[in-house]
Design a protein around this ligand. Structure first.
Ligand SMILES: [Zn+2]
Length: 221
C-alpha cells in the first residue's frame, strides 16, 4: 500500500495502476475484480478495517467485495442506486450494450457475488474524514469522496487517468462501453472540477497531484 495523502492508501491491483482500490482511514473503498481478494487482504492485513464502501457496483470495483466483507466481517455501504446491483451481483445490465462481449466477459469472470448492503450513503454523508459527492453518469448511483482540508478526491470512474486500451497515462472520460450516460457524467466531472481537488485518486490510472492537468482536460470536454 502506498500512502498518497494522510491516511489515504492506494492499493494497485493491476500493472500500471490499471485497477486501484483505496483505504481511507479505516475504510476500504472499492475491491477490484473477483480474483483481487488475496492481494487486497494481504495489503490490508496490518490495518484495522471497519467497513467497505463502493464508488459504484461495477465488476472491477465490487469483484472482491463479498469475499472481503465476509472474511473481515465488515459491513458493505453503497449509494441508494448502487444497492440493488451490489446485492445481486448482476452488474453490467446498465451498460449501454450489456450483450457486448466485454460486458459478458466482465460479468462472467470479474464480477463478485452479491452482498448485503447494510447502509445507504447520501450526498454530504461522512465516510471517515471524507464527504460523499453524488457523481452519477458512469453508473446511475456513482459516488465520489472528497476531503476539503487537503483537497483529496477519490474519483471512482467519473474520470480516469489512463487510456484503458493503451494504458498511456492521461485524463479521460470513462469509456462509452461501460458508461450509462456520458452527458450526465460530464456534469459530474464539472462538479468535481469545481471542488478544485489537488490530489486525485482514480479507479484506473495513477494518482495525480494536480498541476493544472485537470483544468487543461476540462477545456477538451
Ligand atoms: Zn472501473
Amino acid at each position: 500500500m502506498d500512502e498518497v495523502a494522510k491516511n489515504v492508501y492506494q492499493i494497485s491491483l493491476f500493472p500500471r495502476n490499471g485497477i486501484n482500490c483505496y483505504v481511507i482511514d479505516d475504510i476500504l473503498i472499492d475491491a477490484g475484480i473477483r480474483s483481487s481478494s488475496t492481494k487486497i487482504l494481504t495489503a490490508i492485513k496490518n490495518k484495522k478495517i471497519t467497513k467497505h464502501v463502493l464508488t459504484h457496483a461495477h465488476a472491477d470495483h465490487q469483484g472482491s467485495s463479498s469475499q472481503i466483507c465476509s472474511t473481515l466481517q465488515i459491513p458493505l455501504w453503497t449509494s441508494e442506486l448502487e444497492k440493488e446491483n451490489a446485492e445481486s451481483g448482476n452488474v453490467v445490465y446498465e451498460y449501454p450494450n450489456n450483450r457486448h462481449l466485454i460486458a459478458k466477459f466482465q460479468q462472467k469472470y470479474w464480477a463478485g457475488k452479491g452482498h448485503k448492503v447494510s447502509h445507504v450513503l447520501r450526498e454530504g454523508d461522512t465516510v471517515g474524514s471524507f464527504t460523499v459527492i453524488d457523481t452519477p453518469g458512469h453508473s446511475r448511483g456513482h459516488i465520489s469522496f472528497f476531503r476539503e482540508k487537503d483537497k483529496v478526491l477519490i474519483t471512482g470512474d467519473t474520470l480516469v487517468n489512463m487510456n484503458l486500451l493503451t494504458t498511456v497515462v492521461g485524463l479521460h472520460q470513462p469509456p462509452n462501453l461501460f458508461t450509462t450516460d456520458q452527458a450526465i457524467n460530464r456534469k459530474s466531472i464539472q462538479k468535481l472540477f469545481a471542488l478544485q481537488p489537488k490530489i486525485l485518486c482514480f479507479g484506473h490510472g495513477p494518482v495525480l497531484v494536480d498541476n493544472g492537468d485537470f483544468e487543461k482536460f476540462m477545456s477538451t470536454l
